[in-house]
Design a protein around this ligand. Structure first.
Ligand SMILES: [Zn+2]
Length: 322
């Protein structure tokens, strides 16, 4: 018996040793040969990982848990970008600060504007305070010019973003063009399946209104699936809703018998909580996926897994058949 245990012990130790060595050799490969990509927000981080596979090292400029609209780049971010082969940002509407960074970046860095070839949506929500809101946005340096920057929340746009990343990878590393092209196609197929799941579920629901106790992030998604979307704030969460907006929202929830109010990720859910309390509605998360919460980062959440959770909550919140 003792001999058997000893033999098992020896095999386990050898196994561990081989495992450790293989890990070391992998890391050496990674450090020496891989293409390094720095991305601003989570969607393009996840797309770049899916397309680049084991030939890339991708890092996210925003630390997990940081709200995207309030982000200000640090000097160390510029160093990170200059040390990368590829820098991917969402677009200048989402990251107005990217402009100066790109101007100052090392010319060897391949810069990718992920919104290239995407048709941006003009704002369709109207607040009476809109003019004031834009003034407030200008003061905070988040002027969106009335165009919705949340392009990734239409999965056709997500496909174009992925394509823009694949193009850059093929330019920088043409030897592996087929590999990137195949990964792109496989990822786009997953996005098509996700889109089909949304179409199926959201075509048969009791309610068509998403009431959002957060900022106006889901305009693209609502339009794609024929839903109505009302949000307490504008394109960025930095301006508080007015009392008049809150009264209009609670009025709508009561009038339309809405049972669920959705709240957003990574900011205070105070507005959503107030709306829910005033109307006896329940709360559900609808994650805009700008950036990951720390626990989602640690549990390995992906863009697709976050969107699947959103669909579950939308199905419950809107009373869909499936
Ligand atoms: Zn946003």
């Amino acid at each position: 018996m003792k001999k058997i245990l000893f033999a098992i012990g020896v095999i386990a130790i050898i196994g561990l040793g081989v495992y450790a060595l293989s890990n070391i050799s992998q890391k050496t490969n990674t450090a020496s040969g891989n293409i390094s990509i720095v991305t601003t927000l989570f969607p393009q981080y996840d797309f770049a990982k899916a397309i680049g596979g084991d030939k890339v090292d991708v890092s996210l400029l925003l630390p997990p848990g940081v709200e995207a609209h309030a982000y200000e780049p640090k000097p160390s971010d510029i160093t990170k970008i200059n040390n990368a082969n590829i820098f991917v940002y969402t677009g200048e509407l989402m990251e107005p600060w990217a402009h100066d960074i790109i101007e100052g970046a090392d010319k060897k860095v391949k810069v990718v504007d992920a919104s290239t070839n995407i048709e941006m949506m003009k704002e369709e929500h109207e607040h009476e305070e809109e003019a004031d809101h834009h003034e407030a946005e200008k003061e905070h340096g988040h002027e969106h010019g009335g165009v919705d920057p949340h392009i990734w929340l239409d999965f056709d746009n997500a496909k174009i973003m992925a394509e823009n990343i694949a193009k850059a990878l093929i330019e920088v590393d043409s030897q592996n063009a087929d590999y990137y092209q195949n990964n792109l196609q496989a990822y786009q197929k997953k996005l098509t399946e996700l889109d089909n799941a949304y179409k199926n579920t959201l075509s048969a629901c009791k309610s068509k209104s998403i009431v959002y106790g957060g900022h106006y992030a889901f305009g693209y998604m609502a339009k794609r699936y024929g839903l109505e979307y009302v949000a307490a704030q504008g394109f960025s969460p930095d301006a508080e809703p007015s009392a008049k907006d809150m009264i209009a929202l609670t009025g709508q929830i009561k009038k339309d018998n809405i049972s669920y109010v959705f709240y957003e990720e990574l900011t205070s859910s105070k507005i959503a909580e107030t709306l829910a309390r005033e109307t006896n509605a329940k709360l559900l998360l609808l994650n805009g996926a700008h950036n990951l919460a720390k626990e989602d980062y640690e549990s390995g959440a992906t863009f697709i897994s976050l969107m699947e959770s959103n669909l579950k909550n939308l199905s419950l919140g809107l009373g869909c058949k499936q």
